[in-house]
Design a protein around this ligand. Structure first.
Ligand SMILES: [Zn+2]
Length: 225
């Protein structure tokens, strides 16, 4: 996994050594981020498939955004019909259509629907650093999530990161404020880690089967993911 620490430091206008000491390192790109941070406002509830009124029109293939509007169906609800963003794109949806519907754009790995670009640090993932097009960067705790069979992480307990731009002293007040924030998130992240009893490596407790990490569960318990 490529170390993006230098790139992030440049974008935050801070020395990579200060970033490493004050926040953490190395940073890699987050995969499987496609939702608003948990606990953030505005997670729209969508009726499950089957509870929608029948409109008496059948679409073959993927309906266009305007056809959906005609039917008064939220674009977001398409996911509940088993259509992936890639299906939608193949059906003629543009990336702008996907974005306006709040659906992640395929290929934009690590970018959430709110335009935040997320990076992750720690093994297993513990901290997440989000760079926004505008506004303060964000720091969060990494929580595992599964996108089908693909493991990913999502940011939770998201907090705005006090400015570090131009900071050269890891003991400066701004840096100390960042470290305090980081340490709080890390404490919460580490409370959720357990040791796999087989390989003895640390693993997030939600990524275990009978206490074993997924690798060991596959190898020693025959459980396939
Ligand atoms: Zn293990």
């Amino acid at each position: 996994m490529q170390d993006r620490t230098d790139e992030i430091a440049r974008r935050l206008d801070v020395d990579p050594r200060v970033l490493a000491l004050v926040v953490g390192a190395p940073w890699r790109r987050a995969s499987g981020v496609d939702s608003e941070p948990a606990g953030a406002a505005g997670s729209a509830a969508v009726d499950p498939a089957g509870e929608r009124p029948v409109h008496g029109r059948v679409f073959v293939g993927v309906p266009s955004p305007s056809e959906l509007r005609e039917l008064d169906l939220p674009a977001d609800g398409l996911r509940h019909f088993g259509l992936t963003p890639a299906d939608l794109r193949a059906g003629g949806w543009t990336d702008a259509d996907l974005r306006s519907a709040g659906i992640p754009v395929p290929g934009a790995e690590g970018t959430g629907r709110d335009g935040v670009e997320w990076f992750v640090a720690g093994e297993p993932a513990q901290l997440m650093l989000g760079l926004r097009p505008h506004g303060a960067p964000r720091l969060a705790r990494a929580e595992p999530r599964w996108d089908g069979h693909i493991p990913g992480v999502e940011p939770v307990d998201v907090e705005d990161l006090p400015g570090l731009a131009g900071c050269t002293d890891p003991e400066a007040p701004a840096a100390l404020a960042v470290r305090e924030l980081r340490d709080g998130l890390l404490r919460r992240a580490r409370r959720r880690l357990v040791h796999c009893p087989v390989c003895l490596r640390q693993v997030h407790r939600s990524n275990t089967t009978h206490g074993a990490c997924h690798g060991c569960a596959g190898r020693w318990l025959g459980i396939v993911y």
